[in-house]
Write a protein that binds this ligand. Sequence first.
Ligand code: ATP
Ligand code: MG
Length: 195
Amino acid sequence: MQVAETNTAVREETARVFFAIWPDAAAQRRLAELAERLETVCDGRKVRAENIHLTLVFLGEVSVDRLDALCQAANEVQGAGVRAFDFAVEEIRYWKHNRIAYAGTVKVSQELLDLVSALQSALSAAGFSFDRQAYVPHITLARKAKCPAPSIEFRTGLPELAQPVVWPVREWVLVKSGQANGRSGYTPIGRWPLV
Ligand code: ATP
Ligand code: MG
């Protein structure tokens, strides 16, 4: 938790939070292997296996007094017709501007878009603000990466997947981001099932 200074000099306790989906154990293993390879190929810093995730909506600093209201808003989404789906990672990609190597999906499933959109609507209705940029699903695998030039081994400069990494998405979570035991990490503070 952080203590934020407001312009009225009132100190407010906040938490850095976001909604996300975590891979199941088998997908986590494969994504962690890819992160390991990217650390070598791109000379980057891999994301640790337990931290690999897909962000749905990032809120940033929220007053701890508002976390119950945030969970209430998320409860509303359950009645909005969201459904379970399979998430498929088909490609490893690279953003030069922030030097992030990530796992991406070629065909974004409608169920994922519906979930994000229902969540955004519920959060807006409850008075929460968040980044409204078009949603681009991505799973960060390595930071401070330098994507190498294409080679015989890597046609795009990045490892290619022989098989997509697919997992059944059966829940989404609210996560607090921050330091724990001296390492940056995430702590789930709410869970919602998808059926
Ligand atoms: P760190 O910033 O400590 O290196 P991190 O980026 O994983 O680690 P956060 O910055 O708390 O931790 O971000 C949590 C999640 O939200 C990550 O998936 C991150 O990509 C995403 N995120 C962070 N900032 C934004 C933003 N402004 N808009 C959209 N997503 C964001
Ligand atoms: Mg960050």
